[in-house]
Design a protein around this ligand. Structure first.
Ligand SMILES: [Cu+2]
Length: 132
C-alpha cells in the first residue's frame, strides 16, 4: 500500500470517528435522542455558545446572549460532563434534541429578530439569539 493510500485510509477512519462523536458521543445514559431539527451537527459558526455545568441552574448557556447578523451561524458545544441538555427554540424553529458532552449543534439564522431558547430538561436554563 502506498503512503498516500495509507494516509487516505487513516483520514477516512478519523472522519468516521468524528461522525460518531458528533452525535451520541460521550453518552453515558444510553439515550440516542440527539437528533437535530432546524440545524446541523457540523458547520462554520460566527458565534459559539458552550453548554456548561452551573452550580445554581444545573446547566447554563455561556454566553447567555449572542448577537449575530442575518445569515450567520451559531454553534452550541456541549461541554457539561454531568448532564444532557437540549437547545430548543421557544418558537419551535430549531431543536437539538437531548445531547451529551462532545456534541455540537449549528443553526443558521436567515431572519432578523430575537429568538429565545432553552433546555427542555432544565427550565431555568435559557438563552437568547438576536439577529440583526
Ligand atoms: Cu439542561
Amino acid at each position: 500500500m502506498s503512503v498516500f493510500k495509507m494516509l487516505a485510509a487513516a483520514a477516512g477512519t478519523a472522519l468516521v470517528l468524528a461522525g460518531l462523536t458528533a452525535c451520541g458521543g460521550g453518552n453515558s445514559n444510553g439515550d440516542n435522542t440527539c437528533t437535530p431539527k432546524g440545524g446541523t451537527t457540523t458547520g462554520t459558526a460566527t458565534q459559539t455558545v458552550q453548554l456548561v455545568s452551573d452550580p445554581n441552574t444545573v446547566g447554563a448557556f455561556q454566553p447567555k446572549t449572542v448577537a449575530v447578523k442575518k445569515g450567520d451561524t451559531v454553534e452550541w458545544d456541549w461541554t457539561d460532563q454531568s448532564f444532557a441538555h437540549t437547545v430548543t427554540a421557544e418558537d419551535g424553529s430549531f431543536d437539538s434534541g437531548l445531547c451529551n458532552a462532545g456534541n455540537k449543534f449549528f443553526v443558521t439564522f436567515s431572519n432578523t429578530g430575537t429568538i429565545n431558547y432553552k433546555c427542555t430538561i432544565h427550565a431555568q436554563m435559557t438563552g437568547v439569539v438576536t439577529v440583526s
